[in-house]
Design a binder for this molecule. Structure first.
Ligand code: AP5
Ligand code: MG
Length: 192
């Protein structure tokens, strides 16, 4: 049983690397961004509220996202072998809520993997993806805002896990396979 967080700025490769990690370590992939995009695609009430934040590059309110995630974790707690959280927690308030939630189901986060990629590369990856993704936030103006919000609100989450001694920074530059190999080194040290 291994529960991990994959974290880092927009476009750092959280989704790409999660797919590889899930396959190798048989974990459940929980992406709050994907959950929200599903709600948007289905035009649910929650989706419409979320869209008004996402389209501007802002985070959706903590309470909304914590409610969604709690439901998911509590429902799956019995069956899952472990989970990879992608894009959550994104604020210190979310990290605190997650600690309480995990304690409640007798589980813990083994490590936060922080993918480090420079801004120029992030913008380049996201603009390229924007040519085909159809994501309302993959345009230059919104990307810049997402990067600002990341620095202000999400970067402090790393400090939270550093203090708990459950933090690993990974160089997120290079090929997808090179980065995955770096992540596997950290994962394997936690599995044993
Ligand atoms: P979310 O969906 O989490 O988006 P994000 O953090 O902005 O990250 P992305 O999904 O854009 O990038 P990624 O790191 O997954 O990179 P990827 O692998 O796709 O969140 C979206 C929005 O939802 C937020 O802005 C917020 O509004 C809301 N939200 C979500 N969670 C929330 C929360 N907890 N609280 C509040 N609000 C929340 O890669 C990017 C591209 O690069 C791809 O095209 C990929 O093919 C390519 N690529 C990947 N790796 C490489 C490589 N090594 N070399 C070259 N290209 C690469
Ligand atoms: Mg993603």
């Amino acid at each position: 049983m291994l529960n991990i967080i994959i974290c880092g700025a927009p476009g750092c490769g959280k989704g790409t690397q999660s797919d590889l990690i899930v396959e190798k370590y048989t974990l459940e992939h929980l992406s709050t961004g994907e959950l929200l995009r599903r709600e948007i695609a289905e035009r649910t009430e929650l989706g419409l509220i979320a869209e008004s934040y996402i389209v501007n590059g802002n985070l959706v309110p903590d309470k909304m996202i914590i409610d969604i995630l709690s439901k998911s974790i509590e429902e799956q707690a019995e069956e899952i072998n472990g989970v990879i959280l992608d894009g959550f927690p994104r604020t210190v308030a979310q990290a605190e809520a997650l600690e309480i939630l995990m304690n409640g189901v007798n589980k813990e986060i083994a490590v936060l993997i922080d993918l480090k990629v420079d801004d120029k590369e992030l913008i380049c990856r996201l603009l390229k993806r924007g040519e085909t993704s159809g994501r309302c936030d993959d345009n230059l103006e919104t990307i810049k805002k997402r990067l600002e919000v990341y620095e202000m609100k999400t970067a402090p989450v790393s400090e939270f896990y550093k203090k708990l001694n459950r933090y690993a920074a990974i160089d997120g530059m290079g090929t997808i396979d090179e980065i995955f190999a770096r992540i596997c080194t950290v994962m394997d040290s936690k599995v044993q």
